[in-house]
Design a protein around this ligand. Structure first.
Ligand code: SF4
Length: 122
């Protein structure tokens, strides 16, 4: 907690009564939803760069797989939640950020039947 606001990654896994197939998992960064997906889609084929970075940090309980995997380290410091970056709040740490990311706040968009992602590339 910093300044009374949680600034750590949130992984929310829900069983929504309305649409459980579409809302099993939600990744948030600085309070904004980055990706919402069915749990298998979220873990097997993450779309959003933030989700990809988070999942790459999870240890694999197989030494051969763990040694061979590529860790996606995020650069920079976590921005202040009371003064978040313009545009996409993840842009100061995103390895795929482009100039457009500072201009537009990406909305969650349906990218396939199981996944919504908030990224200018989706
Ligand atoms: S909108 Fe830009 S900064 Fe945000 S996740 Fe996508 S590429 Fe990265």
């Amino acid at each position: 907690m910093r300044n009374g606001l949680c600034c750590y990654p949130k992984i929310v896994v829900t069983r929504s009564g309305r649409s459980p197939a579409l809302l099993d998992g939600c990744r948030q960064y600085l309070g904004r939803a980055m990706e919402v997906a069915a749990k298998h889609a979220l873990y097997d084929t993450p779309r959003h760069p933030y989700t990809q970075a988070l999942l790459s940090a999870i240890p694999v309980p197989d030494p051969r797989v763990e040694r061979a995997k590529t860790l996606q380290l995020l650069q920079g410091d976590l921005p202040s939640p009371i003064n978040p970056p313009s545009g996409c709040v993840f842009r100061t740490r995103c390895p795929k950020a482009v100039a457009q990311c500072a201009q537009d706040i990406p909305a969650l968009r349906q990218v396939d039947i199981q996944t919504q992602s908030a990224c200018v590339f989706d």
